[in-house]
Design a protein around this ligand. Structure first.
Ligand code: EPU
Length: 422
């Protein structure tokens, strides 16, 4: 297996325009949704990343026809015979594979899949998905190798999420689209990828009300498949845009983040402005520079529209450069603060307070080191740390980064970064 790494020489000021790609977490939902359609579906602005390639592999493996028709456009046709068995060695490689389960179950009446995995934080529970499917009439069997879910008939139900779950909301919404009768989902997630998906399904004949609010109502088609005549356009990746904004705040001499949707980033923008960072924005761009003095702030990650957990690690890197102390409180995931030891090896001063909180004391200069990506978001945070560090860093295990970021080194080179992929 190819073991690529990034070699980075830090300290260069960055300047210029950097483009945001389509959102990984939007593309990873619309590709599975293609199983709800009776004919071909076109998807545009698909990011060319590992998680998308693996999702395409899984779709082909169960019988869908998938074809790249343009640089970032895909045509998927799931009109033929669709299987129920998600290929184990691909599915267990990334947590996102779980998003296929709902559409496969709704489409074929059965789905078999392994325990979800991917990275350190990918191995999280799916109990909420199982509870939802069970309420819709499915039978769940669990064995050492994973899950086997059978539903001769799926009926609408009134379901309350006891914890907010993004993919849980999307999964039950997609399952309910083909079920019999009405489903109400309460305490649903609000992430922008959800109304985007629902809007497209509605244009294609689904009846979903309230997506983007905590209560979603779906009237099922009772097995009738949807048909699309317009292409789905993947929305801009708000996490990638947020990464670039944070990078600009650390080392930018006016970085302009292009092709993003500032409306999806208002919480981060408000936070950065409160630290003394000047931000300018237009309809689809945001620009940012490093301030003379960067203040510190505590953050607490939350579901949308709160401070997003996927930007928690980059924000911690930013706080190593801020004047004062900040407490970083991760409330969404367990084990998403494991990267701080490596930042300390680079010269940061971060002390764990408890499993969900760390204290950052800044500012501290960082030094280049050899570091390994634990997951894609912390992996990119290491790249950002390396870009502000003195000397050379080597970031290993960049497969984790390339799961979610398309040709990140080329885009960073264009704004002046000294980064090579070897
Ligand atoms: N949870 C359960 N049981 C479940 C489902 C979730 O206990 O059945 C817990 C999780 O363990 C976690 C919390 O609920 O502690 C919230 O997880 P959620 O289900 O909302 O996360 P997700 O849907 O699995 C998506 C994104 C993540 C992003 C989170 C939070 C996709 C494919 N993934 O995950 O993205 O961090 O929402 O916004 O949409 C990433 O892109 O790097 C990434 C991890």
């Amino acid at each position: 297996m190819e073991m690529a790494e990034f070699v980075i020489n830090g300290g260069r000021k960055l300047k210029g325009e950097i483009k945001v790609m389509g959102a990984k977490n939007s593309a990873l939902k619309i590709l599975p949704a293609s199983l709800l359609f009776s004919g071909p579906l076109k998807v545009e602005k698909v990011p060319l990343i590992e998680d998308v390639f693996r999702m395409v592999d899984l779709l082909k493996n169960i019988g869908a026809e998938v074809e790249f028709t343009g640089k970032r456009a895909i045509k998927i046709n799931a009109a033929g015979q669709i299987g129920s068995d998600l290929k184990k060695d691909i599915a267990e490689k990334f947590r996102g594979s779980i998003v296929l389960a709902g559409p496969v179950l709704a489409r074929t009446g059965r789905v078999i899949f392994p325990y979800p995995g991917g990275c350190v934080i990918g191995k999280r529970p799916i109990d909420i998905f199982l509870a939802g499917w069970t309420k819709m009439g499915a039978m769940v069997r669990e064995s050492a190798s994973g899950f086997d879910i059978v539903a001769k008939h799926l009926s609408g139900t009134d379901f309350t999420f006891r914890n907010i779950s993004v993919t849980g909301t999307e999964t039950l919404m997609m399952t309910a689209v083909l079920a019999h009768g009405k489903t109400i989902l309460r305490n649903a997630a609000l992430e922008p990828e959800i109304p985007s998906l629902a809007g497209f399904l509605n244009k294609s004949g689904a009846k979903i009300k309230g997506a983007g609010s905590p209560i979603i109502e779906i009237i099922g088609t009772d097995g009738k498949l949807l048909s699309a005549n317009k292409a789905f356009e993947v929305i801009p990746d708000r996490i990638e845009a947020g990464d670039f904004l944070i990078l600009g705040a650390m080392i930018g001499n006016e970085i302009k983040v292009m092709d993003c949707n500032p409306e999806h980033l208002t919480t981060l923008i408000a936070m950065l402005e409160s630290l003394g960072i000047k931000i300018r924005k237009g309809k689809n761009w945001i620009s940012v520079s490093k301030p003379k003095i960067l203040s510190s702030s505590d953050i607490k990650t939350k579901e949308y529209p709160g401070f997003v957990t996927d930007l928690q690690a980059p924000f911690t890197v930013l706080m190593t450069q801020a004047h004062g102390e900040s407490i970083i409180f991760e409330t969404v995931f367990d084990g998403r603060l494991n990267y701080v030891d490596d930042l300390n090896r680079m010269g940061a001063n971060i002390s764990p307070l408890d499993p969900h909180r760390v204290l950052v004391r800044g500012p501290t200069p960082l030094r280049g080191r050899k570091i390994e990506s634990p997951d894609l978001r912390a992996g990119l945070a290491f790249v950002m740390a390396a870009l502000i560090a003195k000397g050379e860093s080597i970031v290993k295990n960049i497969y984790q980064i390339e799961r979610g970021y398309e040709r990140i080194e080329e885009r960073l080179q264009k704004i002046g970064a000294d980064i090579k992929r070897i």
